[in-house]
Design a protein around this ligand. Structure first.
Ligand SMILES: [Zn+2]
Ligand SMILES: [Zn+2]
Length: 295
């Protein structure tokens, strides 16, 4: 069993009765004993005459005291002290409540500490039994569990804030709570902004990846097109090459295959559908016409 002790040292103050306050007020209302003096009193002597003097007539007070061999006291100071005690007493009840509430909190923390202590004792006993029965792996599990707790790393700021909110009474405490709340709010906003920025970056990354993929696709398509064009060009004749091909051709069918590619006007109906036999084909020097001779 562990207990946290808190010692609250508080000066015990005497409770004043309302009669005492009334007497103090009456004394303070007395006027100076010298002639017509209307000033409030400061001194009072202890002889049966109980003379009272103001601050101005301190000399008269000394003369009287010497003559009557009496003592004087600063009655004003005494009365003001009693009055101050009366006002301070008004705070005593609240002070007791503060101590009571604090003790309740300490009691709660103590309970929690004792629960932890009992639980750990139980676990220690469990480890003992496990080791004796050679179940080291199960003991390892308990040790691993306790290693993951990191109790000192736990978030404490919220607790401190709650304690201040619950027990604090002065402006400094209220300010601390307000400042902490503001910081918490700012932190929340910063976290939210950070998260939004991260999401935006992720979105941009995805767009970048997609755009890269599209670029790659377009680049591949361009390469394919280039290859196809190169392939097509391979089979395309220049006019000179074509003239050469025509001059080397023998046989009507050969002329028909080559000339069909040129898509010449009236060639198909006359020579292919008309089943003509081509003997020769020539291209004019201006390269605009093809002469076809049939047999
Ligand atoms: Zn006197
Ligand atoms: Zn006086």
């Amino acid at each position: 069993m562990i207990t946290i002790f808190v010692i609250c040292a508080r000066k015990t103050q005497k409770n004043l009765h309302s009669n005492e306050i009334l007497i103090v007020k009456i004394i303070m209302d007395f006027k100076c004993s010298v002639g017509e003096c209307l000033e409030s009193i400061t001194w009072q002597c202890d002889c049966p005459e109980k003379l009272k003097f103001c601050l101005t007539h301190s000399k008269e007070m000394s003369n009287h005291s010497r003559l009557k061999k009496c003592h004087t006291v600063n009655i004003k100071e005494k009365c003001l002290g009693i009055l101050a005690d009366h006002y301070k007493n008004a705070l005593n009840h609240f002070e007791s409540d503060c101590i009571k509430l604090t003790q309740e909190m300490i009691y709660e923390i103590n309970n929690c500490l004792n629960d932890n202590w009992n639980y750990l004792q139980k676990k220690k006993k469990e480890i003992n039994d496990l080791i004796l029965s050679e179940q080291n792996d199960k003991a390892d599990t308990i040790v691993n569990w306790v290693n993951t707790l990191n109790i000192l790393q736990r978030e404490k700021n919220q607790y401190y804030l709650s304690v201040r909110q619950l027990l604090g009474i002065d402006n400094a405490n209220i300010k601390i709570v307000t400042d902490l709340e503001k910081l918490e709010d700012n932190l929340k906003i910063l976290k939210k902004n950070f998260q939004e920025s991260c999401e935006k970056i992720n979105g941009l990354e995805k767009e970048f990846i997609n755009s890269n993929e599209n670029n790659k696709k377009l680049s591949d398509e361009l390469e394919d097109t280039k290859k196809n064009l190169a392939q097509e060009n391979k089979y395309r004749f220049s006019v000179e090459e074509f003239k050469k091909v025509l001059s080397n051709l023998n046989g009507s069918d050969g002329f028909k295959i080559i000339l069909t590619r040129l898509d010449l006007q009236d060639f198909l109906p006359i020579f292919i559908e008309g089943n003509k036999v081509i003997d020769k084909a020539l291209i004019t020097n201006d390269n605009n016409y093809v002469f076809i001779c049939e047999i």
